[in-house]
Design a protein around this ligand. Structure first.
Ligand code: HPA
Length: 269
């Protein structure tokens, strides 16, 4: 099956399950998936039951696709995403974004846990732009002409309009929302201190192992993106050691603000 045929099969499958006409896609990163539990009138599918869908293997990622109402909007939420470092081809990592577009979403909110280069643990950071240091690009191969051009523009991949709305909402709620550049790497090893020093020089404010492929695919078909990083730790070299447990613990601490913020933003987009 070609990628377009796979997209059509999965789109029709999800529509037949009642997942029709979502307005917004939500990609919920490490520890941030709880938000999906607040979706009303929910239709829930296990990833394992969806054709052409990947499998989630990381702690803190549930592996469910949830459709329903959140903050007055129809959303399609990924509780747990696919990472390149799990061994997934980028076609699998970004397939949910293709589906969001195919089902008619106008925008996606992409979230992740990230290491802070300029920012400390507990920061919520709206992503203003990214640096793709994965060495990969999900658009390599035959271009999907029905979705977008061979050489898509990335100048406004993280919609300025969405970011301005997000800032206004954050201010209203009294939640600090910083802004910065996300540098995407493949992982799964955390960075070395020398790499982090280099990334700082390159202009990065946060580092993580996701998001970049999904946002490239979103930009390809002019799906608007709001990216939010939850900074869970100081990146390597700024603290003694790094481990996934800390990432999960800090996420636990900031997720109430995160959930409040994302819901309020959804209502305004
Ligand atoms: N580096 C890369 N990915 C991450 C980090 C980090 O420090 N923290 C959470 N995800």
């Amino acid at each position: 099956m070609t990628l377009v045929e796979k997209i059509n099969v999965t789109r029709e499958f999800l529509q037949a399950k009642g997942m029709t006409a979502p307005e917004f896609g939500l990609i919920l990163g490490s520890g941030l998936g709880e938000l999906a539990e607040e979706i009303q009138n929910a239709i829930v599918l296990d990833y394992a039951d969806i054709p052409n869908w990947g499998r989630s293997t990381v702690t803190g990622h549930a592996g469910k696709l949830i459709y329903g109402d959140l903050a007055g909007r129809k959303v399609l939420a990924l509780q747990g995403r696919f990472h390149f470092y799990e061994g997934n081809p980028l076609e699998v990592v970004t397939f949910p974004v293709r589906i969001m577009k195919a089902l008619g979403c106008q925008g996606v909110i992409v979230t992740n846990a990230a290491g802070g280069i300029g920012f400390g643990p507990g920061t919520l950071m709206a992503i203003s732009d990214h640096i793709n240091l994965t060495g990969q690009n999900p658009l390599i191969g035959k271009n999907l002409e029905d979705f977008g051009p061979r050489f898509p523009d990335m100048s406004n991949a993280y919609s300025r309009d969405y970011r301005e709305k997000a800032q206004a909402v954050a201010q209203k709620l009294g939640i600090q929302l910083d802004e910065g550049v996300y540098i995407g790497v493949s992982g799964p090893s955390y960075e070395t201190p020398a790499e982090i020093r280099a990334f700082k020089t390159l202009g990065a404010d946060a580092v993580g192992m996701s998001t970049v492929p999904e946002v490239i695919v979103a930009a390809h078909s002019e799906l608007k993106v709001l990216g939010i990083s939850a900074i869970t730790n100081h990146a390597a070299g700024f603290q003694d050691e790094l481990n996934h447990d800390e990432v999960v613990a800090v996420t636990e601490r900031i997720k109430e603000d995160f959930k409040r913020l994302v819901k309020a933003i959804l209502a305004e987009l």
